[in-house]
Design a protein around this ligand. Structure first.
Ligand code: PBG
Length: 337
């Protein structure tokens, strides 16, 4: 029997792509300011805005400027900011004690922002690397990052952060047992409402390079972080880390970096159905911003496309250095899609 094809395409999916309004009508995902978490780098000084070379468009801000930035973020509908410190090298020690100084930079900034911008959430990283003269997230003895000894330090750090008014703690250190220890400390010290966003699937990535510059940890870092961060080749292991952190008391989980790990985002969301976030890290930012500034790609379009991809993969939100820029853009128009 001779098969005669019909004289027209049986289906015409292009009908649904024909006009702006038709594309608006059939779009499966959306991006809004409420999906965005903005990381801000804080440094000492009065009224300082210091550019970061490897992250064009991102600055280190002194506390008063960080308060202004938080206010702007709140006014643009961003629900949460994440504060990271650029610590004076003189304050870095092998025991990283500055991490639990109640008056350290992030704790001071948190108090100032809470007093002046009460309607935005604040997240603080729980990890020792900005304060540690070895540049590692944990305490180092004879070249080894010590797990259990680090847990005590993280516990103290977490408590001073909760006391300063942090709403969400983000343990980014990848030590074993840290979520359980922190959760117990919060419960015992009358902080039952402080949430934990666990950096559960955090990979040993080259994409963190510019961040380590930004917080002044790159010069300090001895060796690499492969004994605690995940191997980029693994995906089942990432799911096991998420399961463990949820068991220990995490309220939400994070995948990091973002774009090269969208498959992990999707698996985590499908498997656990919990609030799932991705961190579009400094190296991802640098690639898009750097290529954009050179005219090699369209910065705005690449920025929005990259953020929408996280939503498509199932993320509930994205930490991104583009957060404020994107929120401003979304307020103006959504015509790039
Ligand atoms: C460290 C920490 C890192 C980032 C957030 N918290 C870097 C690292 O693990 O070396 C990276 C963020 C980024 O690259 O934007 N605890």
């Amino acid at each position: 029997m001779v098969h005669t094809p019909p004289p027209f395409p049986v289906s015409r999916p292009r009908r649904n792509r024909r006009t702006d309004w038709m594309r608006d009508l059939t779009r499966e995902n959306s991006l809004s300011a409420s999906d965005l978490i903005w990381p801000i780098f804080v440094r000492e000084g009065d009224d300082v805005v210091e550019p970061i070379d490897s992250m064009p468009g991102v600055n280190r801000l002194s506390v008063s400027r960080a308060v202004e930035a938080a206010n702007e973020a709140a006014n643009h509908g961003i629900p949460l900011i994440a504060l990271f410190p650029y610590t004076d090298p003189d304050k870095k020690t092998p025991d990283a004690a500055e991490a639990w100084n109640p008056e350290n930079l992030v704790n001071t900034a948190t108090r100032a922002i809470k007093a002046q911008v009460p309607d935005i959430g604040i997240m603080l990283d729980v990890a020792l690397d900005p304060y540690n003269s070895d540049g590692h997230d944990g305490i180092v003895r004879e070249g080894v990052v010590m797990n259990d000894e680090t847990l005590g330090a993280l516990e103290q750090q977490a408590l001073t952060q909760a006391e300063a008014g942090a709403d969400i703690l983000g343990p980014s250190d990848m030590m074993d047992g840290r979520i359980g220890i922190i959760r117990r400390a919060l419960e015992q010290n009358d902080f039952p409402d402080t949430a934990i966003m666990a950096y559960s699937a955090k990979f040993a990535s080259a994409f963190y390079g510019p961040f380590r510059d930004a917080v002044g940890a790159s010069g300090a870092l001895k060796g690499d972080k492969k004994t605690y961060q995940l191997d980029p080749a693994n995906s089942d292991e990432a799911l096991r880390m998420v399961a463990r952190d949820l068991d220990e008391g995490a309220d939400m989980v994070m995948v990091k970096p973002g774009m090269p790990y969208l498959d992990i985002c999707q698996r985590v969301k499908q498997e656990f159905a919990v609030p799932t976030y991705a961190y579009q890290v400094s190296g991802e930012y640098a690639m898009i911003a750097g290529a954009g500034d050179n005219g090699w790609i369209d910065r705005d379009k690449a920025m929005l496309e990259s953020l929408m991809a996280f939503k498509r993969a199932g993320c509930d939100g994205i930490l991104s250095y583009f957060a404020l820029e994107t929120a401003k853009f979304l307020r103006r128009d959504m015509d790039l899609f």
